[in-house]
Design a protein around this ligand. Structure first.
Ligand SMILES: *[C@@H]1O[C@H](CO)[C@@H](O)[C@H](O)[C@H]1NC(C)=O
Ligand SMILES: *[C@@H]1O[C@H](CO)[C@@H](O)[C@H](O)[C@H]1NC(C)=O
Ligand SMILES: *[C@@H]1O[C@H](CO)[C@@H](O)[C@H](O)[C@H]1NC(C)=O
Length: 641
C-alpha cells in the first residue's frame, strides 16, 4: 500500500485552500488525461503530449540536492526564528547525510528525470485533479479585457461574433502549424500548452477529476457552445467544406441563439460546475443517468471553447466598475446573476456581457496565464482591426439548443449549488485598479527589473499594512523546458526584509535606502533566474516528498517541520501576467487568510487585481491595493531624489 494513504492530507500550496486529499492508488494512471477515442488505458496519458511537441527543448533538470537545501534554509531566514532555524538545519543535515533518505530520493528523482519527458508534469496534473476545492474563485483565473461600449444587444452580439472569429483565427494558426514560436529573453518556450486548450474539459469524479481531450478526435469537433439566459447551444462554426463561418454569419447565428433563449425561465444548470469537486462528481453521475442530459453535457465538453452572453448586472459606482467587472468574469455573480451561464469545467470560456463587460475564464489544470494571455491578445487585436459587422443572409442550420431534463433529484443538486455559490461569491473581496503614474519603462530606465520592482512594492505595502513580512510566493514559468509549467519562488528574502525595515525610517539616508532597494530588487531577480533555469526550490522539495510517498517511505521529517508548514503557507500569492492588451488577470487567494495578486505591467502603467476573503478579518483587498499604490509612488520618489 502507498504510504500516502496513511498520510492522506498533503498540502498543495499553489492551489486553493490549504489541504487536498489525494487519491493516488496503485494501478491508477498517474495522469488523468483521457485522449478521447484513443485507448484510455494507463499508458495512454503522455502519448498525445509528445506527439504534439515540435520544439527540441531541454528536459527539466533535477537541481543538486545540496543547493536546494541551502537555498531552502536561506529562504526561511527572514521568516522564522533563530531557534526554529537551528532545528530545521538539523533536520536537513539528517536528511542529507551520506547514504540517507535524501540521497536515495534524489537518485530516484534523477532516474525519473532521465526516463520521462518531464519528471514533474504528471505529479502536477495529479495535484490539480485530486484537489476538491471549487474551481470558481479558488482555482480558475479570470482575464478581464477592456470594457466595451455597446449601444444595444446588437452591439453585444456583433462584438461576440468578432471575438469568436478572432479565436478561430488563432485556432487556425495552431491547426496549420503557423503559430509563431514564443520566446522569452530570446529563448524558445515550450508550446505544448496551446494544444491542450481547445476541445478539452475537466470532468468531475467522486474522488478525483479527469481531463477529456477531444481535439484528437477524427474529425475534430467543429462547434463551440454559446450560453445565454442559462441555455446552452451548440454552434457549428465551420462549413462542411472546412471553411470557418464569416463574422457576419456568426453574428446571424448568435441572433438566432439570442432570440430563442429570451423569456425562458430556466434552471441555472451551469451552476452545478461551481460546486466542490467531489460533490459535483457525485452530482454529475446523477445528472447523466438521463440520456438527454448525458448527450448535452458531452456536447459542451467537446466544444472548442465556450462563449457566455451575459445579462447586464446592476451598475456599480464608477470607482468600483473595474472590480465589479473582474468579479463577474471570475465567478459570474451570484446564482441569480450569470454564474449559471457558465460551464466552469470547460478549459476556456469567453464572456461578453450586455453591459460591455468582457473577458475570459480558464481552467488551469490545462494551461497557464502566459499562453492564455497570448490568445486574448490575438483575439482582441483581431476584434479591434475589424470594422462593422453586417448580418449575413446565407441560410445556415439553426444552432442546436441543448436540453437538460431536470428531475427533482437534479433540482436539489442545483439548489444546493446555488446556496454554496452564493456563499463563496459573498465571501470574495476583489479590488482592481490601474496604476498610471509610471509603468515598466521607469524601472528599466533605472536599471532595475520591472517585475522585481513591483514585487518589492507589494512587500513594502504588506509590511506597512501589517507591520511584519509574510511568506510570499511568485509563480515563474519553466517553459524553457520540455512540457514545463511553473515553479514558485519565495519573494521574502533577507534583502527584501532590510529594504522594508529601512524604507520609512528617518535615520537612514536616501542613498542607503536606494542601495537597500537595489539589493532587494537584484536578489529577487536572482531568484527568478534560478526558477527560469529549473533551479528553484519549491518543486524540487515537492518532488522529493512525492517520491518518498511513491516509494512507500515515511514522509521525511523536514516536511513535517513547522518551518516548512509556515514558509509554504503563502499569505501573498502573486503572479505577473504580461499582455499587450489593457487586460488584467485575477484569481482568489490561495489560502483563506491570504491575498491573491496579479499584475500586468505595461510601458507607462500597471493594471492590478487584489483579492482576499471577507470571512478573514486579517485581510482587506482595497486597503492592500491602496498601500500598493502608495508604495509604488514612494519608491518612484526615492529613486528620483
Ligand atoms: C434573458 O435574456 C434577456 C435578454 O438578455 C434578459 O432581459 C432577461 O433578463 C434574461 N433572463 C434571465 C433569467 O436571465
Ligand atoms: C487597465 O488600466 C487602464 C488605465 O490605465 C484602464 O483604462 C483599463 O480599464 C484597465 N483594464 C482592466 C481590464 O481593468
Ligand atoms: C476594508 O477597508 C475599507 C476601508 O477602511 C472598508 O471600507 C471596508 O469595509 C473593509 N473591507 C473589509 C472586507 O473589511
Amino acid at each position: 500500500m502507498f504510504s500516502l494513504l496513511r498520510h492522506p492530507w498533503i498540502r498543495c500550496k499553489w492551489q486553493s485552500t490549504c489541504c487536498c486529499q489525494t487519491t493516488l492508488q496503485p494501478g491508477l494512471p498517474s495522469v488523468g488525461i483521457i485522449a478521447c477515442f484513443l485507448s484510455p488505458g494507463p499508458l495512454a496519458g503522455p502519448e498525445p503530449i509528445t506527439r504534439r511537441d515540435r520544439t527540441a527543448l531541454p528536459r527539466l533538470p533535477v537541481p543538486p540536492q545540496k543547493q536546494t537545501l541551502e537555498r531552502y534554509l536561506a529562504s526561511l531566514q527572514p521568516l522564522v526564528s533563530e531557534e526554529e532555524l537551528k532545528y530545521t538545519r538539523k533536520l536537513l543535515q539528517d536528511f542529507a547525510r551520506p547514504g540517507g533518505l535524501g540521497e536515495i530520493l534524489q537518485q530516484r528523482l534523477e532516474m525519473k528525470a532521465q526516463k520521462s519527458d518531464n519528471w514533474l508534469s504528471n505529479w502536477l496534473m495529479d495535484m490539480y485533479l485530486a484537489n476538491q476545492t471549487p474551481l470558481v474563485v479558488h482555482s480558475s483565473p479570470g482575464v478581464v479585457l477592456p470594457k466595451q461600449d455597446f449601444k444595444d444587444t446588437q452591439g453585444q452580439l456583433q462584438f461576440a461574433a468578432k471575438l469568436i472569429a478572432g479565436v478561430l483565427d488563432f485556432k487556425i494558426l495552431l491547426d496549420t502549424g503557423n503559430l509563431k514560436q514564443s520566446y522569452k529573453n530570446e529563448k524558445p518556450l515550450c508550446m505544448d500548452q496551446y494544444y491542450k486548450i481547445f476541445s478539452s474539459c475537466r470532468v468531475p469524479g467522486p474522488r478525483r477529476d479527469t481531463i477529456v481531450d477531444y481535439s484528437v478526435m477524427n474529425p475534430p469537433p467543429r462547434h463551440i457552445t454559446v450560453a445565454h439566459n442559462y441555455t446552452f447551444f451548440q454552434l457549428c462554426v465551420y462549413h462542411s467544406s472546412g471553411k470557418p463561418l464569416t463574422v457576419g454569419q456568426i453574428y446571424s447565428q448568435l441572433e438566432k441563439i439570442w432570440s430563442s433563449s429570451i423569456k425562458t425561465t430556466k434552471e441555472p444548470i451551469g451552476i452545478l460546475t461551481t460546486e466542490y469537486r467531489h460533490r459535483w462528481g457525485a452530482g454529475h453521475k446523477i445528472l447523466i443517468k438521463d440520456k438527454l442530459n448525458k448527450e448535452s453535457a458531452r456536447i459542451i465538453q467537446q466544444g472548442m471553447f465556450g462563449v457566455c452572453l451575459d445579462a447586464p448586472s446592476t451598475r456599480p459606482p464608477a470607482e468600483l466598475a473595474m472590480s465589479h467587472a473582474a468579479a463577474q468574469i471570475l465567478h459570474g455573480g451570484d446564482s441569480r446573476a450569470n454564474a449559471g451561464n457558465r460551464w466552469f469545467d470547460k478549459t476556456l470560456q469567453f464572456i461578453v456581457g450586455e453591459d460591455g463587460t468582457c473577458g475570459l475564464v480558464y481552467e488551469r489544470a490545462q494551461a497557464e496565464g502566459y499562453p492564455i494571455m497570448r490568445i486574448a491578445d490575438h483575439t482582441f487585436n483581431f476584434c479591434n482591426a475589424m470594422g462593422d459587422v453586417e448580418p449575413c443572409n446565407t441560410p445556415l442550420p439553426q444552432p442546436k439548443k441543448l436540453y437538460f431534463n431536470i428531475n427533482s433529484e437534479v433540482k436539489r443538486l442545483i439548489d444546493g449549488a446555488r446556496t454554496h455559490h452564493d456563499t463563496q461569491v459573498a465571501d470574495l473581496d476583489i479590488h482592481c485598479f490601474d496604476y498610471n503614474k509610471f509603468g515598466k519603462d521607469f524601472a528599466k530606465q533605472k536599471g532595475l527589473s520591472p517585475d522585481a520592482f513591483i514585487q518589492m512594492a507589494i512587500q513594502l505595502a504588506y509590511y506597512r499594512r501589517h507591520g511584519e513580512v509574510c511568506p510570499s510566493s511568485e509563480e515563474v514559468t519553466t517553459r524553457f523546458f520540455h512540457l514545463g509549467r511553473t515553479d514558485t519562488i519565495s519573494v521574502t528574502t533577507l534583502q527584501s526584509l532590510a529594504f522594508v525595515h529601512g524604507f520609512d525610517r528617518d535615520d537612514i539616508s536616501v542613498q542607503v535606502k536606494q542601495q537597500l532597494m537595489r539589493e532587494a530588487v537584484d536578489k529577487h531577480r536572482t531568484g527568478t533566474e534560478w526558477a527560469l533555469s529549473g533551479q528553484a526550490v519549491d518543486r524540487h522539495l515537492m518532488g522529493l516528498k512525492l517520491q518518498a510517498i511513491e516509494d512507500q517511505y515515511n514522509i521525511p521529517e523536514l516536511f513535517m517541520d513547522t518551518s516548512y508548514a509556515f514558509a509554504t503557507h503563502y499569505i501573498l500569492s502573486t503572479n505577473q501576467v504580461p499582455g499587450q492588451t489593457d487586460a488584467v488577470m485575477c484569481y482568489g487567494p490561495a489560502i483563506p487568510d491570504g491575498y491573491g495578486i496579479c499584475y500586468n505591467p505595461q510601458s507607462a502603467k500597471i493594471n492590478f487585481s487584489v483579492t482576499a476573503l471577507n470571512s478573514c478579518i486579517l485581510t482587506n483587498a482595497s486597503m492592500l491595493a491602496r498601500a500598493i499604490k502608495d508604495a509604488l509612488s514612494d519608491m518612484h520618489c526615492l529613486l528620483e531624489q
